[in-house]
Design a protein around this ligand. Structure first.
Ligand code: SAH
Ligand code: SF4
Ligand code: F3S
Length: 468
């Protein structure tokens, strides 16, 4: 239909020139945040995000290296993408394939050796250079960009795009700290994310204000060790996370604050006090302990004992009695005996978790744990994980069932699975299924919990007024 070519509207023309990027995210919330920032950076370069690789001109995998399974997923995905690209080329078009995230940082050019379909590899510290890297890849160069950048990535990324933020909903992540100096002996993060870096108060407040201006009601501050955040304040002095939370709590329109993930060693008094003093700081804390045996904690280089953790939990609960605790656990760290494992089970019973994540130890290349003798046999890990998860699930169910009959405040986030439903979050992070008559997305409403299902809470329907 060449005769219509001269009446193509500017919008349609723009549409025809638009390139599409599909970003697939693995791993932790920091990767979710990074994927958004990368999409925004590519947006400034003319790319729009698409929800499927099928109509994409570029696929970007944002990868995770934390356990072997996570890292291997990337290669199976790259296998599928190779097929997609072969079909594209056969049809006369093309597909650019990039790998970002922690596998990119850990494996670098090895990725291109193992999967030649990959056009570029970019590490988490250099995302501000993404448009330039993509440009080179489009020109046919294989690019590997995994140096730790000397310039501050955050200073060089484009500001948050209001339209994009709005389209992502009423809750948002905000990375305030990256990297890790703790070197737990099982963990790759200090190698994939580098040394701890804290963003300044000014940067964080500016970004938080932009999020709120775009309709965000709840912000979760992120860092691999978020409670070790120590950024430069407006007066040039060093602030801690407690003080930062007080500052953010004063932003008009920001209703809820959360932060994750924290290390027990970095829960200072000011942060614990913030849980007592700030209503908008939600009563939920993810505070991984990994194990309950002092011997194993020491071998993991966690630098605290099980009893120090118990005492810390007591102090936090004194400050905020209704706080819900969440944790991470590893079973089968090298040398873990039955008695060590029972210590972990005892710690879980002592603390009582509302929610938790648990994993079998996975030896990671380059970490001290991988070289330890006395690796635990797979079936032993399986059996321990099963018992541990059964206990944690029991605690989760108990926590949720105890909310039945209570009226709680819920931030309404999105439409539910069924017509007429909205889903929100409780202060303790459980999804709450509500009737749509309770309010609109972005509202914080009080609803009465009727019952708990496996993973969510079901609110009563609003009573229908009898006809007058
Ligand atoms: N910074 C956080 C943890 C980030 S990694 C902290 O210190 O708690 C998220 C979780 O993955 C860890 O808490 C740990 O439970 C798990 N994990 C990390 N490395 C692992 C490994 N090699 N094998 C199994 N689980 C691991
Ligand atoms: Fe990994 Fe330990 Fe750092 Fe957490 S504190 S990211 S587990 S090294
Ligand atoms: Fe995975 Fe990297 Fe996060 S290893 S857990 S994506 S910091």
């Amino acid at each position: 239909m060449s005769e219509t070519a001269d009446i193509v509207t500017p919008d349609a023309a723009a549409e025809m020139n638009t390139r599409r990027v599909f970003v697939k995210t693995y791993g932790c919330q920091m990767n979710v945040y990074d994927s958004q920032r990368m999409a925004d950076a590519l947006g400034a370069d003319g790319y729009v995000e698409t929800a499927t690789p099928d109509d994409a001109d570029m696929v970007l995998l944002n990868t995770c290296h934390i356990r072997e399974k996570a890292a291997e997923k990337v290669y199976s995905e790259l296998g599928r993408l190779r097929n997609l690209r072969d079909r594209r080329r056969a049809a006369g078009s093309d597909l650019i394939i990039g790998v970002a995230g922690c596998v990119a940082q850990a494996e670098g050019e090895e990725i291109i050796r193992r999967a030649p379909v990959v056009d570029f590899v970019i590490g988490p510290q250099t995302y501000h250079r993404l448009p330039q890297v993509v440009g080179r890849a489009r020109d046919g160069e294989k690019v590997v960009e995994t140096d730790y950048a000397v310039e501050d990535k955050f200073e060089h990324l484009p500001a948050r795009d209001e339209r994009q933020v709005r389209s992502r909903g009423v809750t948002a992540f905000l990375t305030v700290q990256e990297g890790c100096d703790k070197f737990c002996t099982f963990c790759v993060v200090p190698y994939t994310r580098g040394a701890e870096v804290s963003r300044s108060v000014a940067q964080i407040v500016t970004e938080a204000r932009a999020l709120v201006a775009a309709g965000v009601r709840e912000i979760t501050l992120l860092g691999q060790n978020v409670n070790a955040w120590h950024g430069e304040g407006p007066d040039g002095s060093e602030w801690g996370l407690g003080r930062l939370l007080h500052k953010l709590a004063r932003i008009d329109g920001l209703a809820r604050l959360r932060y994750t993930t924290s290390h027990p060693r970095d829960m200072d008094d000011a942060l614990i006090a913030a849980h007592r003093d700030l209503d908008c700081l939600m009563p939920y804390l993810h505070l991984p302990v990994q194990a309950g045996s002092d011997r194993i904690l020491k071998a993991m280089n966690r630098r605290h004992t099980a009893d120090e953790y118990r005492k810390l939990i007591d102090r936090i609960r004194d400050a905020r009695p209704d706080i819900a605790l969440s944790g991470d656990f590893i079973v089968g760290f090298p040398g873990e005996t039955d008695a060590d494992f029972e210590d972990t089970m005892r710690l879980i019973r002592d603390v009582g978790y509302a929610q938790a994540f648990s994993f079998k130890y996975s030896p990671r290349p380059g970490t001290p744990g991988a070289d330890l003798g006395d690796q635990v046999a797979e079936p032993v890990k399986d059996a321990r994980l099963q018992r541990l998860q059964a206990l944690l699930l029991e605690q989760q169910a108990a926590f949720m069932t105890a909310l039945a009959g209570r009226t709680i405040s819920v931030l309404l986030e999105k439409p539910g699975r069924e017509q007429g439903q909205l889903v929100g979050r409780s202060p303790w992070l459980q999804p709450v299924v509500c009737d749509e008559t309770v309010g609109k997305i972005g509202d914080i409403v009080d609803v009465r919990i009727n019952r708990a299902s496996a993973n969510s809470l079901i609110a009563d329907q609003r009573e229908v007024e009898p006809p007058a």
